[in-house]
Design a protein around this ligand. Sequence first.
Ligand code: CA
Length: 228
Amino acid sequence: MQILIIEDEEKVARALKEGLEQQGYAAEVALSGEDGFNRLQKKPFDLLILDLMLPGHSGFDILKNIRHEDMRLPVLILSARDNTDDKVTGLDLGADDYLAKPFAFPELLARIRVLLRRGNHFPDTHLQLADLELDLVDRFVKRSGTRIFLTNREFDLLKYLMENQHQIVSREMLTKDVWQVTNRFSSMDNLIDVHITRLRHKIDEPFDLKLLHTVRGVGFVLSEKEVS
Ligand code: CA
């Protein structure tokens, strides 16, 4: 579990990071909102701990940007401001929880566990791998924030690969689960290969990081790691 802490007080930030790491979480610190926002755009985090009073952009600004960019990770505000207005504003802007400083570390941990259990907003309708995103409700695909248009079959194929990311998917599995054909004919393999080629052209070709790999003689795998 990757947790990002946006907190400008170094001592507090360091204590949080150490405490979380002792609990087995991976934690990163950003000492400003700008730094934090950049980190969020570079890689996915499972949870954000957000201070409100920050130099430059406030925690509220960061929160607005996060939700505006459709980042769906749970956000826990950790702030010295302990008044109802701030709590209401924070929650209305899309924070999932609000804990006032000073706080008891076990309480913070308990709240983190609750948020991680709940997962991100709409966990069942949104699939992600690196900067590739797929929304099952609106049936859109984005890479690096840019929308990619797929045919229905290409979408179903990508969805299946996303659901099985980092695992090898055989042509047999695709025949059965995506095309829903029980008997695999040799022409099926060609059909699958044509769709894989088109999909690769759309989701991978314009980008440096390749996600859709062919495993010779076996099938395909969707992963940000190179497959040998
Ligand atoms: Ca602060």
